[in-house]
Structure formats: structure tokens, C-alpha cells
Design a protein around this ligand. Structure first.
Ligand SMILES: [Zn+2]
Length: 164
């Protein structure tokens, strides 16, 4: 499943705010967008390194589009290579693999990072995707199911994910 044009439009507006409002240089915000209507389902705000999605909201993730910001790069001056910021954590990848998101996006000062659900959900073997710091877009060609089996909770740079 691909993200819809209306969800793409909405996500660009949400990410414009994440890029331009000074507040989001110090805090994270995660936004879920309904893939069919393009409307915002919810936002949650957190601190500089973390935002939590409440357990009761996890069922909303399936089939929809999630974006959030990685503000840590703002700690560095703009001429410092670290200013561009970090891409997905392995835990971000677990989020898309296990909760059925269509697209997971992250905004850092220098990039927009995009993970798309594999078009072939039966293709669930293979190495973990490499970290994507140097790439603007990565297709999730292979699954990451092994990393999330048997765990209870992980806290990623941006989002807390738990399962049982
Ligand atoms: Zn993240």
C-alpha cells in the first residue's frame, strides 16, 4: 500500500511546521495521518529525545502514515556536519515492521527520512536494513521481525514501543 496524495499533502504541511517553528528544535512531536482522508488522527509531544505513543493509540497506526522529528542536530552549529541530524533508529524500523504503518517519516535539520512498508509482506527474511544516515529514502525490502520478538519494551530516539 502506498501513501495517498491527500496524506502526502498533509504530511508536508505537518513537516513544514516541524522545520520552521523554533519550538520543535527542542522537542519532539509525532503525528499520525489517516491515509484515506489525509486528516490528522493525533499528535503527541515529548522532550528533546523522546516522545511516547500511549498504548491505547497503537491500533491506530496500521495502514496510516506517521511522521516525527529528530531535533538533536540542532545542538550543533549549522556548519557542523552533525547538524544534519540522525536518521531512523533500529527501533523506528521496528515500529513500521510491527504496527503496519504504510510510511514512517522523520525530519532532522538536514533531511527528510522515509521508510515505506515493503510491497511484499511475505518477504520477511533478510538482513536488517543498514542505518540510513546518508540516504534520503530507503525501501524496507526485508523484514525486521527478529529484532522485536520476545521483547517487552524498547525506547528509541524518538518513540517508545512495547509489545508482548
Ligand atoms: Zn525516530
Amino acid at each position: 500500500m502506498r501513501s495517498s496524495p491527500q496524506a502526502e499533502r498533509r504530511v508536508r504541511g505537518v513537516e513544514h511546521d516541524l522545520r520552521t517553528q523554533p519550538k520543535w528544535r527542542r522537542r519532539e512531536r509525532v503525528t499520525l495521518i489517516d491515509n484515506l482522508s489525509g486528516s490528522v488522527v493525533w499528535h503527541f509531544e515529548g522532550g528533546e529525545g523522546r516522545v511516547v505513543i500511549p498504548l491505547a493509540k497503537w491500533p491506530d497506526l496500521s495502514g496510516n502514515v506517521l511522521t516525527h522529528n529528530h531535533p538533536a542536530g540542532w545542538r550543533f552549529p549549522v556548519d557542523d556536519p552533525r547538524h544534519a541530524g540522525s536518521s531512523f533508529s533500529i527501533d523506528d524500523v521496528a515500529l513500521i515492521a510491527h504496527f503496519g504503518l504504510v510510511v514512517l517519516r522523520a525530519v532532522s535539520p538536514g533531511y527528510t527520512h522515509i521508510l515505506r512498508q515493503s510491497p511484499d509482506p511475505g518477504n520477511l527474511r533478510g538482513p536488517l536494513p543498514r542505518r540510513t544516515t546518508d540516504h534520503r529514502e530507503v525501501s524496507l525490502e526485508s523484514s525486521t521481525t527478529t529484532i522485536a520478538r520476545g521483547g517487552a519494551s524498547i525506547v528509541m530516539d524518538g518513540i517508545q514501543v512495547s509489545w508482548c
